[in-house]
Design a protein around this ligand. Structure first.
Ligand code: C2O
Ligand code: CU
Ligand code: CU
Length: 510
């Protein structure tokens, strides 16, 4: 552990978060659970089990379906919540390091947002309370201690949080066993099936991981290698989460059939979009409607197609952290097999994809083009990724990082700054405490031509909490601060970039 990280760790231990309420004094919630993070073991590959870190939950109140295991997996259980429910979670930190849980995409008060300043020491606990204000959609939870998010998520700490509401129910989309969630994560295994994080731990491997992010050579789906799912001849709702640290996927079906996109980060779209391939960056979710009725007894593959990441990685190029560290990692843009759907024989269903899905409020054009615009420059400097030249500092909020509750603004993310021979890198930018809308995406420098294959697959529609900003691009989003006042975060969701400090706090003042 380097001294920078150790210092952060000590700071986190020395300032334990707000103490939890005594259980006896706490009023009841609709859903009440204890979530524990602790070391464990999981069977991932043939041979010995793999040491992992995992979330486990115990439900004390709420319907029996509020907590569902995600099959045989190191991943945390899927939390299923309904719009309007009140939730209480007691987080127990059974890890040997500080941690705190963040509910990615959820509109919760800042005391429940898992800000790194709230990280608790090993053995401590933290109480979350929030009401479910989000639209129906696919959200997720993961740790957020500063400097340690990458390794903790990599170790296995992540889970899905699915919100349902009445509007969604009225659409009659495929539900229950026909509503499948797939969490995509790349991993690298060493001797005895041990998880390897930093590409061998050499100085060069670690340096490359920091600058590009971590890349593994095995993609796990729901914590399993070689994922295969039996399906009936009918329609399914597929919820895909990119839970990888740094890998971007160009998702497609192996036979090239169209993908019907029905939802993005913040829930359902107004109407389905047909795409041949879909780009999914770390932290992002996409929902598809897939009809297997024409596939009697066949096998349909879900793949990630090759793309040029400006470093030749798609063809096995040079800039591969695993290779630098002596491993065999496939770099950004390498083609990958993700999952197979094994279609049973039997009678075909006759499901129809609804032409209209969920209502979206219209974009506020006046605010979009005349309101306050803040620019965030994503740049590399002195072997660090920065936002407007700054990196993360606990409790630091600059004057230009304060917004007002109840207002809408345009935030422009500009990715023009490369770092030496590495060039500019893609940054999936995530904002806590809000769901925003993408207004415009412009390519401003020729560097972005490298990334054309990924640009084609971007889905910017609907509510988003994470947006991929490719090299050479300027992406403008409209953000409304209408949920909660308080201290929130915005950061790159490449977890190695985030841990290096490509993260800042911003404050929403009432
Ligand atoms: Cu999914 Cu601040 O993170
Ligand atoms: Cu988040
Ligand atoms: Cu980044």
């Amino acid at each position: 552990m380097d001294s920078h990280r150790r210092a952060l760790l000590q700071a986190a231990v020395a300032t334990p978060a707000a103490a939890a309420l005594p259980a006896a004094a706490a009023p009841a919630a609709d859903v009440d659970l204890v979530l524990t993070a602790a070391p464990g073991e999981a069977r991932i590959l043939d041979g010995p089990p793999t040491g992992v870190w995992q979330f486990r939950a115990r439900l004390d109140a709420g319907g029996g379906d509020s907590v569902q295991p995600l099959g045989e997996s190191y991943l945390g259980p899927t939390l299923r919540l309904r719009h309007g429910q009140s939730v209480r979670v007691r987080f127990d930190n059974g890890l040997p390091q500080p941690s705190i849980v963040h509910w990615h995409g959820m509109l919760v008060p800042d005391s429940a947002d898992g800000h790194p300043r709230l990280a608790i020491a090993p053995g401590a606990h933290y109480e979350y309370r929030f009401d479910v204000r989000n639209r129906a959609g696919t959200y997720w939870y993961h740790p957020h201690p500063h400097g340690l998010t990458g390794p903790q998520v990599y170790g296995g700490l992540a889970g899905l949080l699915i919100v349902h509401d009445d509007e969604e129910r009225s659409l009659g989309l495929p539900a229950q066993e026909h509503d499948l969630a797939l969490v995509l994560q790349d991993r690298l295994f060493g001797p005895n099936n041990r998880l390897v994080y930093d590409g061998g731990g050499t100085g060069m491997g670690r340096m490359m991981s920091g600058m590009l992010g971590f890349f593994g050579d095995t993609v796990l789906v729901n914590g399993r290698a070689g994922f295969a799912q039996e399906v009936e001849r009918r329609a399914y709702r597929l919820r895909l989460l990119n839970g990888s640290n740094a890998r971007i996927y160009r998702l497609a079906f192996g036979d090239g059939r169209a993908m019907a996109v029905i939802g993005t980060d913040g829930g359902l779209l107004p109407q389905p979009l047909q795409r041949r391939a879909v780009t999914l960056a770390p932290g992002e979710r996409i929902e598809l409607w897939v009809d297997f009725s024409g596939d009697r007894g066949g096998t349909i593959a879900l793949v990630s197609e090759a793309f040029d990441a400006g470093n030749g990685a798609g063809m096995g190029g040079m800039m591969r952290p695993g290779m630098m560290g002596g491993g065999h990692a496939a770099g950004q843009g390498a083609p990958l097999q993700l999952a197979r759907f094994l279609v049973r024989s039997g009678a075909a269903g006759a499901d129809r994809l609804p032409a209209r899905l969920a209502a979206l409020p219209p974009l506020d054009a006046a605010a979009a083009f005349s309101g306050r615009e803040r620019v965030f420059r994503l740049q590399g400097a002195h072997m660090r990724w920065t936002i407007n030249g700054r990196t993360y500092q606990h409790d630091e909020v600059a004057d230009d990082e304060i917004v007002r509750l109840g207002t809408a603004e345009v935030w422009a993310f500009e990715n023009f700054g490369g770092m030496g021979m590495m060039g500019a890198q893609p940054h999936p930018m995530h904002v806590h405490g809000v769901q925003f809308r993408v207004l415009e995406r412009r390519m401003s420098t020729p560097a972005a031509a490298y990334w054309q294959r990924l640009r084609e697959g971007l889905v910017d529609q609907g509510f988003k909490d994470t947006v991929l900003v490719l090299p050479g691009e300027r992406v403008r989003v409209q953000v409304r601060f209408d949920a909660h006042a308080g201290l929130f975060l915005y950061h790159c969701h490449n977890l190695e970039h985030e841990d290096m400090g490509m993260m800042r706090s911003f404050r929403i003042d009432a």
